[in-house]
Design a protein around this ligand. Structure first.
Ligand code: NAI
Length: 331
């Protein structure tokens, strides 16, 4: 079986080459992102292996189908980049890796919080430069603060537990609450209560029409003055322009993002010594109270191992006609 592997990085190849059954599966690695201009690279492939910023729109899926592609294996959890109806219309099943390490993402959210709060990134540079002054490095105790968790699925609930470990009060919001979490002393509230009462708000809902720009001018107004907003889910959950406005007005105190609405074409690439053609991102990065990481929350050894094994298992199950719960249902 031939697998066309798009958007590959050296670490992907290292992991997949180590685990693939190379007698039965041949992987062709392509550095390029999948889109309508690169889809023909997949000629001769049975399976497309794609990542978060690959374009699996209707147009691309139709090209893939015409070339005989039989399956799409996402090596990620989110699938907002796939037109599931188009795939279903062509009879192409789409598989994903629903859970590879909720801990990896939740721990990165905590890393963003600690860095923004205690400014360790600034302290590191200062001290290396012989500057041992503490001025403007003041943080706040996490103990006793209120943390609002939007989305209490696999990642959100791990994040809630981690913040509870710091002695934070935990508020939860989810369309489908799991009331068993309240046994830990956490409390489900409506979205506006969560925004009004939280010192830190962390986003863990998937990106879908209902949740797109869930953080916007109106919801930002509800937040506490000087609150911290963390997004490790998908960039489109936040209206970036409105968030910039809230930062400029000093309404929002801190912003930590691992995902960005316009990250496609930027994140996962090296633009050192080049001019980045994105004024919004440049402006965001100019704020001292904004921390941007480039979609690395998933990036731990354990997660890469799990992503590789599950993706290859999905492909093998499909090939051998076994049912598998990682197939994405058509909406
Ligand atoms: P999950 O599916 O386990 O949890 C999502 C939760 O959101 C569920 O509890 C669901 O009921 C809730 N939800 C769905 N629609 C909602 C709505 N309209 N309003 C309120 N709640 C709603 O997903 P998981 O594994 O926790 O992942 C969350 C997101 O994290 C993924 O969708 C993905 O976008 C992102 N992610 C980011 C990574 C990174 O490297 N930065 C890596 C992996 C995932």
């Amino acid at each position: 079986m031939n697998i066309a592997f798009f958007s590959y990085k050296s670490y992907d190849k290292q992991w997949f080459d180590q685990h693939v059954d190379s007698d039965n599966y041949k992987i062709n690695y392509f550095r390029v992102k999948l889109d309508k201009s690169t889809a023909t690279y997949a000629r001769g492939a049975d399976v497309i292996c794609a990542f978060v910023n690959d374009d699996l729109s209707k147009e691309v899926i139709n090209i893939l189908s015409d070339m005989g592609v039989k399956m799409i294996a996402l090596r990620c959890a989110g699938f907002n980049n796939v037109d599931l109806d188009a795939a279903a219309a062509k009879g192409i099943p789409v598989y994903r890796v629903p859970e590879y390490s909720p801990h990896a993402v939740a721990e990165h959210a905590v890393a963003l919080i600690l860095t923004l709060n205690r400014k360790t990134h600034k302290a590191y540079n200062r001290v290396r430069d012989g500057n041992f002054s503490l001025s403007r490095l003041t943080g706040f105790n996490l103990y006793g603060k209120t943390v609002g968790v939007l989305g209490t699925g696999k990642i959100g609930r791990v994040f809630a537990d981690l913040m509870h470990g710091f002695g934070c009060r935990i508020l939860l919001y989810d369309k489908f609450p799991d009331t068993s979490l309240e046994e830990k002393g956490y409390r489900y509230v409506d979205l506006s209560t969560l925004l009004k009462e939280s010192d830190i708000v962390s986003l863990h809902v998937p990106l879908m029409p209902e949740t797109a720009h869930i953080i916007n001018r109106e919801t930002l107004k509800l937040m506490k003055d000087n609150a911290m907003l963390i997004n490790t889910s998908r960039g489109g959950l936040i209206n970036t322009e409105h968030t910039l406005e809230a930062l400029r007005n000093k309404k929002l105190g801190y912003l930590g993002i691992d995902v960005y609405e316009q990250e496609e074409g930027l994140f996962f690439h090296n633009f050192q010594e080049q001019i980045i053609d994105d004024n919004t991102l440049a402006l965001l990065m100019s704020f001292p109270n904004v921390l941007v990481t480039a979609h690395q929350a998933f990036f731990t050894q354990e997660a890469l191992d799990e992503i590789t094994k599950t993706t290859l298992q999905n492909i093998q199950d499909f090939n051998e006609g076994r049912s598998n719960e990682n197939i994405i249902d058509t909406p």
